[in-house]
Design a binder for this molecule. Structure first.
Ligand code: F6R
Length: 608
């Protein structure tokens, strides 16, 4: 993970580096640092903790220069300490790194034998030592970097600055993204267009194996064979304004409350309200009628969206669907071919395992589709067709509005596929479109439950373990609820298909175990009610999230009941996601955790 930035500018660079790092904090926020070159002299400041700690260090101990590099870290190798924070300096070279140098132990042992003094526990520092050793042989910086890059195994993006070189930065990418920004007499390097957005909207994305030498007068890009190559310059549409929380205490709260609006935006891209038909731009690139199979891979919350989608594609389009956690899929050597469509779901569009899975399927000839929230992301750029979620930037680390928008896109696509395969009549498809069109209104009503949920969250914040249960398309919501609760409040939680209860988890039930049951009064409600009885018989404390009919039918089994409006089962997993998110959010607020940036996490997971 980690966010990196390099600036060859005309004005003092330190505040600009920090500004860029603020936009990259979603990639990691456990420590940060910058280094500048001032009249040939290399200076560095680093801090443990959030970026404001680095700002404090810089206030007391400023550094000057118009050229510099910066880094915000998500620790992989070595604890989040000042010594392990980037930039790493060895002799005349400073480096910032995103990714993992897989052969660092071997390299480290070698440079230690040659007398290098290693200051950190990181894999990244070895790169600085290797380049410095080449400089020591009298090589120019670009030749030193060119000789070191082939020795690095793993995934990385790197930016180097050199003592004595105010007019040079070198960047390299293999496996992790890096973009060049073209300014007015200034040049930039950054993990993505978001980092570059305050400085320029003219961006060149480096390709795999590329490395680049920047000076004030321009840029020279070379490929992995050291041949000069031309890479296209694009206009980035990323906004330069830093997102603010509005009147909300946290980004997550704001993002939960934005859902009626962003779901409306997303649906209006995929539904034609006049004709009551789905209209999915790009769907024509997938030959649904003769498709063999849909393979979906994603991570975390996006994977749970895939689990819901499986139910929809199978039911409405009678299309066999395989779903996989991307980190497993990428190494599974799954048979996949030209008559398959591989679909990848990702808010960031940068998740390393999802991207690797995409590339595997591409090599095997499948049509590649992606549901992404960041249209300029690597996954979006490498897919044959993208179905964007119009959720707007999601800043809170825990995914909320991106998840429900992913579901809205996937439901529209499943209906479109059903029409294309002849498994859904026009009449039935219209009925489903009407149901989807009602989502924003239902979302507004669901948000009105916040005060009740807040009270409930108070008692949940005292629990050590929580179990979530659901059936059908609400089973993935149980998984999602447990994930949200544990990542935000650090309370241990597990999600289960309600029918699985008696196959093991029931042993956990006692009077201290809250069991959150997500069960609208649908065709499987009776079955879930039996599961609730089983919990109640063992003194478990049931919190039931349901509708009025469900509340009536459950008649006192639950200790607490959250009652949503009645709605068709197609849209239930989208709307029921809102109380599930609010339960986790308010529990975390009661517990005083860092809701927007929970410990150990990052918004974009660019390492495997
Ligand atoms: C949980 C969460 C993560 C992400 C996962 C995938 O709240 O946000 O589980 O869903 O890291 O990220 P994307 O969607 O960017 O590929």
């Amino acid at each position: 993970m980690c966010g990196i930035i390099g600036i060859l500018g005309k004005v003092q660079v330190a505040p600009r580096l920090v500004d860029a790092l603020k936009r990259l904090e979603y990639r990691g926020y456990d420590s940060s640092g910058i280094a500048t070159i001032n009249e040939g002299h290399l200076s560095r400041r680093r801090a443990e903790g959030k970026l404001r700690c680095l700002e404090e260090v810089l206030e007391h101990s400023p550094i000057s220069g118009t050229t510099g590099i910066g880094h915000t870290r998500w620790a992989t190798h070595g604890a989040p300490t000042v010594l392990n924070a980037h930039p790493h300096i060895a002799g005349k070279v400073a480096v910032v790194h995103n990714g993992i140098i897989e052969n660092y132990l071997e390299l480290r042992a070698k440079i230690a034998r040659q007398g290098a003094e290693i200051a950190s526990d990181t894999d990244s520092e070895v790169v600085a030592h290797l380049v410095n050793a080449e400089l020591g042989q009298g090589k120019a910086p670009e030749n030193a970097v060119a000789d070191v890059l082939p020795r690095l195994k793993g995934a990385f993006s790197l930016v180097f600055a050199f003592e004595g070189c105010d007019d040079m930065l070198i960047g390299a990418r293999k496996g992790s993204p890096l973009a060049v920004g073209h300014g007015d007499g200034e040049m930039f390097l950054g993990s993505d267009a978001i980092a570059l957005s305050p400085f320029t909207d003219r961006v060149t994305y480096l390709e795999e194996g590329d490395w680049v030498v920047l000076s004030h007068s321009g840029v020279a890009i070379r490929d992995a064979d050291n041949q000069i190559v031309a890479r296209p310059e694009a206009r980035s549409s990323v906004s330069a304004t830093l997102m603010d929380k509005g009147n909300y205490r946290h980004f997550m709260a704001k993002e939960i409350h934005e859902q009626p609006e962003v779901l409306g935006h997303t649906l209006s891209r995929y539904l034609d309200y006049g004709s009551k038909k789905t209209h999915v731009p790009g769907a024509e690139k997938i030959d649904f009628a003769s498709l063999n199979r849909l393979q979906i891979a994603a991570c975390g919350t996006a994977y749970y969206a895939a689990v819901v989608a499986k139910y929809w594609f199978e039911k409405y389009a009678r299309l066999p669907v395989e779903i996989d956690i991307a980190s497993e899929f990428r190494y599974r050597e799954a048979p996949i071919g030209e008559r398959d469509c591989a679909l990848f779901i990702s808010q960031s569009g940068e998740t390393a395992d999802t991207l690797a899975s995409l590339r595997y399927c591409k090599q095997n000839g499948a049509v590649i589709a992606a549901v992404v929230n960041v249209p300029e992301s690597t996954i979006a750029r490498e897919a044959d067709v993208i179905f964007p979620t119009i959720a707007g930037p999601e800043i809170g680390v825990a995914s909320t509005k991106a998840f429900t928008c992913q579901l809205a896109v996937l439901a529209s696509l499943a209906i479109q596929a059903g029409r294309a395969r002849g498994t859904l009549s026009e009449e039935d498809a219209k009925g489903l479109v009407e149901q989807l069109a009602a989502i924003p209104n239902h979302a507004v009503k669901a948000l009105r439950l916040e005060a009740d949920i807040q009270k409930l969250a108070h008692s949940l914040s005292r629990a050590s373990n929580v179990l979530y249960l659901g059936r059908g398309t609400n089973f993935p919501l149980a998984l999602e609820g447990a994930l949200k609760l544990k990542e935000l409040s650090y309370i241990h939680a597990e999600g289960y298909a309600a029918g699985e209860l008696k196959h093991g988890p029931i042993a956990l039930i006692d009077e201290n175990m809250p069991v959150i049951v997500i069960a609208p009064h649908d065709a499987s409600f009776e079955k879930t009610l039996s599961n609730m009885q089983e919990v109640a018989a063992r003194d478990g404390r049931i919190i039931l999230v349901t509708d009025q009919a469900g509340a009536d039918a459950s008649d006192g089994v639950a200790e607490n009941t959250i009652i949503l409006a009645e709605m068709p089962s197609l849209i239930a997993p989208i709307i029921y996601a809102l109380p599930v998110q609010m339960i986790a959010y308010h529990t975390a607020v009661f517990m005083g955790t860092d809701v927007d940036q929970p410990r150990n996490l990052a918004k974009s997971v660019t390492v495997e």
